[in-house]
Structures are given as C-alpha cells and as structure tokens.
Design a binder for this molecule. Structure first.
Ligand SMILES: N=c1c2ncn([C@@H]3O[C@H](COP(=O)(O)OP(=O)(O)OP(=O)(O)O)[C@@H](O)[C@H]3O)c2ncn1[C@@H]1O[C@H](COP(=O)(O)O)[C@@H](O)[C@H]1O
Length: 108
C-alpha cells in the first residue's frame, strides 16, 4: 500500500510549480488561472468523489479521492497554507467526538 509521505512530496512539487512555465505543467496552468479557478476545480473534484462514493467502483473512488486531495493541496498552496496546518487541526480534534462538538455549539 502507499506511503503517506507522498503527501509531502506532492505538496513540494506543487510549490515548485509556482511561477513556472505553464505549457507542460497542470499545476502551473492552474496557478496561472488563479484562485477562483482552483477553488472551482476543488468543488468539481469533490462532487466527482461524492458521486464515485455512491455509484462508482472502489478504483474510481480511489482515483477521485486522489484528484480531490491533489487539487485541495493546490488551493492550500495558492493561499500559502502548509498541509501541516491541516494535520495540526486534525490533531487538535483528536479524541473529540463529533456528536459532542455539535451539541456544544452556540445556539443560533
Ligand atoms: N497528482 C497529480 C495529478 N492528479 C491529477 N492530475 C491532473 O489533473 C487533471 C484533472 O483532470 P481534468 O480533466 O479535471 O482537468 P482538465 O482537463 O485540466 O480540466 P479543466 O481545467 O479544463 O476543467 C488531469 O490533467 C490530471 O492529469 C495530476 N497532475 C499532476 N499530479 C502530480 O503533480 C505533479 C506535477 O504535475 P505538473 O504540474 O503537471 O507537472 C506530477 O508529477 C504529479 O506528482
């Protein structure tokens, strides 16, 4: 099975594409198109992952999950946010039940 260290390697490649020639790079092309286009791509990949989760094969869902994570990383990079900030957020939530968290939210 895959090694999660790939996440850091992919993020480093994404960073290295900032400002580089867009002709042969999907990432550089997206950076050139800007934040809104990158965000749109994340939304599209999210929908595709959701659809694969309902009606696709395991292989299709794995592929869509990879597309989603990859494009989410491009959005984080565009905003100058390191994935480590997301890992820290998950660590901060570790052991806190989602049900308890929801119950503790202020009433609207
Ligand atoms: N992990 C990925 C990866 N996953 C998906 N994709 C590309 O993401 C695109 C998604 O397909 P779409 O049809 O949605 O994209 P599109 O045709 O550009 O669609 P629109 O923008 O027109 O909507 C495809 O071109 C995929 O090849 C990826 N492209 C690159 N990487 C990694 O990023 C590295 C750098 O890539 P480049 O910047 O292209 O050199 C690569 O070495 C890989 O490690």
């Amino acid at each position: 099975m895959g090694d999660p260290a790939i996440l850091d390697r992919v993020y480093q490649v994404i960073l290295s594409r900032k400002g580089s020639e867009a002709a042969n790079s999907h990432v550089a092309r997206l950076f050139a198109k800007g934040r809104s286009k990158i965000a749109q791509k994340v939304g599209e990949e999210g929908v595709e992952a959701a659809l694969a989760g309902v009606a696709g094969s395991d292989k299709e869902l794995v592929g869509e999950a990879a597309d989603l994570i990859f494009h989410l990383f491009i959005l984080l990079a565009e905003r100058g946010i390191e994935p480590a900030a997301v890992w820290a957020e998950l660590e901060a939530r570790e052991g806190k039940s989602g049900v308890e968290e929801k119950a503790g939210r202020p009433k609207e």
